[in-house]
Design a protein. Structure first.
Length: 355
């Protein structure tokens, strides 16, 4: 059966019913459709499936295929999960859509961000039930997820090796209000079932965490990859729970339940920056108490009438939780560039030596 092209208003991509169904399965929504210009109705929306140093791949109905880009194109400006417009005959890149969400981080010594994944609905923050479980590091991942407006889910791997999984679950749940926590064995097929609520048709999930915690194994399980297609997995040293990097490039894979999963390289060090709102969400119990402090600019350290310090003394707020909040706040201020100059033409203000 041949589908006729749909009749649509100007500024809308003209597609067959089969093409429209394919786009929806990729995560296409009104957010992206509203960005179409009247003269772009003949172009194809496609999603970035792989980002390499010199090339980009887009997802087609037959799997990844190469996107034709200009030699001057900087692939570092693209993220896996980006939506782009391409010429239907040549698959030549035309432009990128505005992103709904973007996972990015500022690396030390650089003024620009390193892009992780775009248009992600849920971020699986993966850690294992052993020495890798580090609340301070996990809070950094949560701040990143919150700032990007991506829904975080804590995934505890190697649950079958823990003496008491409930200890890890309770501590993970305490890191952020209403945080979903799932404990599993990434190698078992039922791991996909445990994460199914976030992996439905058109939904995109990404994984983040240290090397060796089972991210690539979980990607293989979710995507049902055959041995020849599998992400390389690495072992972890039980003495310190540190693993080696096995994923070096970002890629997107279909999930059997209809969604998509993006794997990212392992990150043991994550420098927090540009994350003020994300930190406020992460430490909601402190954010909620702050307006009750006597002073509007209270640092929650030594001021009289501090509601946060009162909560610590009353035992309703752990002192170590407040200390981690303070460290992230200080680091965020230190790493977030200050902008100066007239509106619309602001530039990064250089830090003075010794500051």
């Amino acid at each position: 059966m041949v589908h006729e092209r749909n009749t649509v208003s100007p500024g809308t991509i003209v597609t067959t019913q089969a093409e429209q169904a394919f786009l929806v399965s990729l995560g296409w929504s009104d957010f992206f459709a509203s960005q179409i210009e009247p003269d772009e109705a003949g172009l194809l929306p496609r999603r970035i499936a792989e980002v390499h140093r010199t090339r980009l791949s887009i997802m087609s109905e037959n799997g990844p295929e190469r996107l034709a880009i200009d030699i001057q194109t900087n692939t570092a400006e693209f993220a896996v999960g980006d939506w782009v417009l391409a010429d239907p005959k040549t698959m030549a890149f035309r432009r990128r859509f505005d992103r709904k969400t973007l996972l990015q981080r500022r690396t030390e010594g650089r003024k620009t961000h390193q892009l992780g994944a775009a248009n992600v609905d849920t971020l699986f923050i993966v850690t294992s039930c052993n020495a890798d479980f580090n609340p301070a590091r996990l809070e950094r991942y949560l701040a990143l997820a919150n700032q990007s407006e991506t829904n975080p889910v804590m995934v505890l791997t190697k649950a079958d090796l823990a003496d008491d999984v409930s200890v890890y679950i309770r501590e993970a749940q305490s890191l952020q209000r209403d945080l979903p926590v799932v404990a599993l064995n990434a190698r078992l097929a039922d791991a996909a079932e445990a994460l199914a609520p976030w992996c439905g048709t058109g939904q995109t999930v990404a994984l983040i965490g240290s090397s060796g915690v089972g991210k690539s194994t979980l990607v293989n399980t979710l995507a049902g990859l055959e041995h020849g297609e599998r992400q390389e997995t690495g072992s972890i040293r039980e003495s310190d729970a540190k693993g080696r990097h096995t994923t070096t490039a970002r890629s997107m894979h279909p999930i059997a339940s209809g969604g998509w999963v993006i794997d990212t390289p392992g990150m043991r060090t994550l420098h927090v920056s540009d994350s003020a709102e994300g930190i406020d969400t992460l430490f909601a119990e402190i954010t909620d108490l702050a307006p009750s402090c006597k002073f509007r600019d209270c640092t929650h350290a030594h001021e009289p009438g501090c509601a946060v310090q009162a909560a610590v003394k009353a035992g309703s707020l752990p002192a170590e939780r407040l200390e981690r909040w303070r460290k992230l706040q200080d680091e965020n201020r230190s790493n977030t560039p200050q902008l100066t100059g007239p509106r619309g033409n602001k530039v990064i203000q250089k830090k003075r030596f010794g500051k």
